[in-house]
Design a protein around this ligand. Structure first.
Ligand code: FES
Length: 174
């Protein structure tokens, strides 16, 4: 193309560019299909919807246990007696947390006197009234909060998700 005059060279360059653009636009649907495939390959599993209690059956300042999102993950269900952030139920006071301490996975215990979860291994303390916030101790992460839903028709409390990573897991849904 060395002997092509500048105007013709420009034409060839432009037409080449247009050809590339046309070819590129023809590839767009293909690219979108690949993106869809990639998205399908990295599918995020949905949390199960599990009824864990009837709100009316829960005593104030007392825990009951259930497993979520699977049988290997014990959790506490707790009615605080007053509305708290993330609380559900008629009074917005029902919360739930993983029973595994975020430091090294020891089971935490609920202390009704201080209204906190305490870990006996290295003395971490978590506050269920502030979303499981780590108050003191060796842990650096808050206690994973189980996301709850209150069914106003049935009065049931349902676990529908987890906010935070359960100790020992790379993903809450295995
Ligand atoms: S395992 Fe709970 S503080 Fe260490």
């Amino acid at each position: 193309m060395d002997n092509v005059k500048p105007a013709r060279r420009l034409f060839f360059m432009r037409s080449g560019g247009m050809a590339a653009a046309v070819a590129g636009s023809a590839l767009l649907p293909q690219r979108e299909a690949h993106a869809a495939d990639a998205a399908a390959g990295s599918t995020t599993l949905a949390y199960p919807d599990r009824r864990v209690a009837a709100a009316a059956d829960l005593p104030v300042n007392n825990v009951s246990m259930f497993n979520y999102p699977d049988e290997d993950s014990p959790c506490y269900l707790l009615r605080m007696g007053e509305p708290v952030p993330g609380g559900v139920g008629p009074d917005g006071d029902i919360v739930a947390y993983s029973a595994f301490c975020t430091h090294m996975g020891c089971p935490v215990q609920y202390d009704g006197d201080t209204r906190t979860f305490k870990c006996g291994c290295h003395f971490s303390i978590f506050d269920p009234e502030t979303g499981g916030q780590m108050v003191s101790g060796q842990a650096t992460e808050n206690l994973p909060r189980i996301v709850l839903h209150y069914d106003t028709k049935t009065g049931g409390v349902h676990a529908v998700g987890v906010d935070g990573l359960i100790y020992g897991r790379q993903s809450n849904i295995l």
